[in-house]
Design a protein around this ligand. Structure first.
Ligand SMILES: *[C@@H]1O[C@H](CO)[C@@H](O)[C@H](O)[C@H]1NC(C)=O
Ligand SMILES: *[C@@H]1O[C@H](CO)[C@@H](O)[C@H](O)[C@H]1NC(C)=O
Ligand SMILES: *[C@@H]1O[C@H](CO)[C@@H](O)[C@H](O)[C@H]1NC(C)=O
Ligand SMILES: *[C@@H]1O[C@H](CO)[C@@H](O)[C@H](O)[C@H]1NC(C)=O
Ligand SMILES: *[C@@H]1O[C@H](CO)[C@@H](O)[C@H](O)[C@H]1NC(C)=O
Length: 591
């Protein structure tokens, strides 16, 4: 997805015709809905009689029936509206068939990411990977899916089909961490193709649910494929050509996607980059020969946001809309996620058919997985049959989900150094304690990228945890500009650490330093952060120092490792809402 106001904070609510199982219920009809609402009983009876609503028929028969009733114009628009902003989605209602609008762009990385309204904030993906736990991935994904579905149920009831309110996830991210500078390493499960595959499998199973008939939400593995940076250093991700050998492609970049397909994902997202010269969303070898023919994938491929228009504008691989839509549909991309275009590239599909560059038959095949997915989500079955339709807003920050978040955060932390067994701490052993650094009490930067909006009353910080262990610690964040830390209050440090016995220094990156669209130039701590630790060392006598790192990609902390007075170093990644609770539990586990 592209950064910016489209991703977050979309407030345009699309009020459209709501097709419930009981038929088309009336409603306020938006400027963007199509067709004419009808309420008469005869029309209703006819809608209920369509074979695609007959639950005794096999899924493929139902999908075939539904798609056979669509005009090419309807198919074209359904395949063009993958979400993003108030123009990009939802896919509009088809009132004559009693089909409602559907919004395809939901982010479920570890919680209902970027959606309007609050949700539980689980630890960032790279931290989840550091748990090395199938169970944690499954539980976090399951809790996320429950909240996404609960919010969808609530939004749909209110006629809201805005961006990020649906139940089709653009998650998990299963790209391989290769370049330590990549801004999106935090969204991945790290550098290991096998581990990434195992965790992806558990994420997919957790988020899609284990009901034999319905899925809770649909998963979408991304970004397919060989997408691992850059964002912007040294070149733009929108025009980058990933050159890869067959061996590296097969052994490093593809195995996790294969695992994801085997786990039953309904979707895969093609990426921004070219792959050996061919943009992935127009790459037939990737999307058809490997994904569908070799791996037997039956789901849909959605483009990353703007990836299709960029085939013309950034890659210059095709030079007009007709050739671009033909290349992508022929290669195997079912759904365009444009960058909020009023006229997405896929709206030239019929022109491409008329010019003989695409066949109607193929287009009809390509739209089927979209309706199959909606069918398995339960849209065309009686609501009473679907257990997930009952999930309600009490899922959000439920006691169980809070506990899942705390456990995941605790298991994600990696102890890199623990000289003399200083950890776990003993309550009361030290009385003169200080806590400082830009990550010590910042409830935003410890989230990492793609967090849900959270009710901050559930959030706890490192400073909060330490304060509960040792009364009245001295405290200073000492950087005025968060983790970027170009504005460093050097003069404040001596007063904070003077005459202390134990000093916690909380450093790191956060979204201010590494995220989508933002690579790092090197592996050093940002801004003056290294200097903070050096100043603490110089001004704290013999105090013991515990370094807490909140980051994703590798940081060069050789200098801290080499210091005898830095007695413990713990990598905490981005634990999100449970930062303080998890630290408290770990620090004091054995007290
Ligand atoms: C649904 O399909 C079954 C199996 O083909 C058929 O027997 C039944 O009559 C159909 N129901 C309706 C309402 O059409
Ligand atoms: C699905 O998972 C839930 C919760 O983990 C469990 O209680 C239930 O028995 C499972 N159902 C099936 C059909 O496996
Ligand atoms: C969501 O969180 C915000 C910020 O913490 C809070 O003000 C708001 O009341 C929460 N919304 C709901 C519906 O609980
Ligand atoms: C940081 O902010 C404080 C309080 O506003 C100010 O006194 C100080 O000069 C600032 N320091 C830097 C380096 O910007
Ligand atoms: C890490 O920092 C040390 C100094 O503490 C430096 O000597 C080393 O070259 C750095 N390593 C990398 C990979 O940048």
């Amino acid at each position: 997805m592209i950064l910016g106001k489209l991703r977050h904070g979309i407030t345009v609510l699309v009020l459209a015709i709501v097709a419930s199982n009981h038929g088309v219920t009336s409603s306020r009809v938006s400027h963007s809905s199509t067709g004419h609402p009808t309420n008469n009983a005869q029309h209703q009876a006819q809608i209920n009689d369509f074979p695609f609503r007959n639950t005794s028929l096999p899924w493929d028969k139902r999908v075939d029936d539904l798609v056979s009733r669509l005009t090419l114009e309807e198919i074209q628009v359904q395949m063009s509206r993958g979400g993003a902003g108030d123009l990009g989605g939802p896919a509009p209602a088809i009132p004559r068939l009693g089909i409602g609008p559907y919004q395809w762009d939901t982010e479920c990385l570890r919680g209902d990411g970027a959606a309007i309204e609050n949700a539980t904030g689980f630890p960032q993906a790279i931290g989840l990977a550091a748990t090395f736990s199938r169970e944690i991935l499954y539980n976090v994904a399951r809790a996320t899916g429950q909240e996404v579905r609960a919010k969808y149920n609530d939004f749909a009831k209110r006629g809201i089909f805005a961006t990020h309110t649906g139940m089709s996830c653009f998650s998990p991210v299963i790209n391989i961490l290769r370049d330590p500078r990549w801004g999106r390493n935090q969204e991945t499960y790290g550098e290991d193709p096998y581990l990434t595959g195992v965790l992806a499998e558990n994420f997919v199973k957790g988020i899609q649910g284990n009901n034999s008939r319905f899925i809770m939400t649909s998963a979408g593995c991304k970004h397919f494929a060989v997408h691992g940076g850059p964002e912007n250093i040294p070149v733009s991700r929108f025009s980058f050509d990933a050159i890869v050998s067959d061996t590296d492609w097969r052994m490093t970049f593809l195995p996790a996607f294969k695992k994801c397909v085997e786990a039953g994902t309904y979707s895969v997202m093609c990426s921004y980059n070219r792959l050996n010269g061919v943009p992935t969303c127009a790459n037939k070898k990737l999307l058809t020969d490997i994904l569908r023919t070799e791996w037997n994938f039956k789901g849909y491929v959605v483009s990353d946001q703007a990836a299709i228009e960029n085939i013309m504008w950034a890659h210059k691989y095709r030079h007009n809309r007709v050739d671009t839509v033909a290349a992508c549909v022929n290669a195997g991309t079912n759904l365009e996620l444009s960058n909020n275009l009023a006229n997405p590239v896929y709206m030239s599909m019929i022109d491409a058919i008329n010019q003989g560059k695409l066949t109607e038959n193929l287009v009809r095949e390509r739209v089927k997985p979209l309706f199959y997915t909606r069918m398995r989500l339960g849209e065309f079955d009686p609501v009473k049959d679907n257990p997930y339709a009952k999930l309600s807003m009490d899922q959000i920050e439920s006691t169980e989900h809070q506990q899942v978040a705390v456990t995941a955060a605790m298991k994600s932390f990696v102890l890199l150094k623990n000289k003399g067994g200083i950890l776990p701490l003993k309550k009361g052993e030290y009385s003169k304690v200080a806590v400082l650094g830009p990550m010590s009490n910042d409830l935003t930067q410890v989230n990492g990228d793609y967090p849900p909006h959270q009710d901050k009353s559930f959030s706890t910080s490192a400073f909060g945890a330490i304060k509960d262990i040792y009364p009245n610690p001295k405290h200073g964040k000492v950087c005025n500009d968060s983790t970027v830390c170009t504005k460093y209050n050097k003069a404040a440090v001596p007063a904070i650490v003077k005459d202390t016995e134990l000093v916690f220094v909380a450093l790191g990156t956060g979204q201010a330093v590494e995220m989508e669209g933002k690579d790092r130039p090197d592996m050093e701590l940002p801004g003056h952060q290294k200097e903070i630790l050096l100043d603490v060392l110089a001004n704290s006598g013999n105090a013991k120092i515990i370094l807490l790192l909140f980051s994703a990609s590798p940081l060069n902390i050789t200098f801290a490792d080499q210091s005898d007075r830095v007695v413990a170093i713990m990598e905490c990644f981005f634990p999100a809402q449970s930062t303080g609770k998890a630290l408290y539990n770990l620090f004091c586990t054995y007290v």
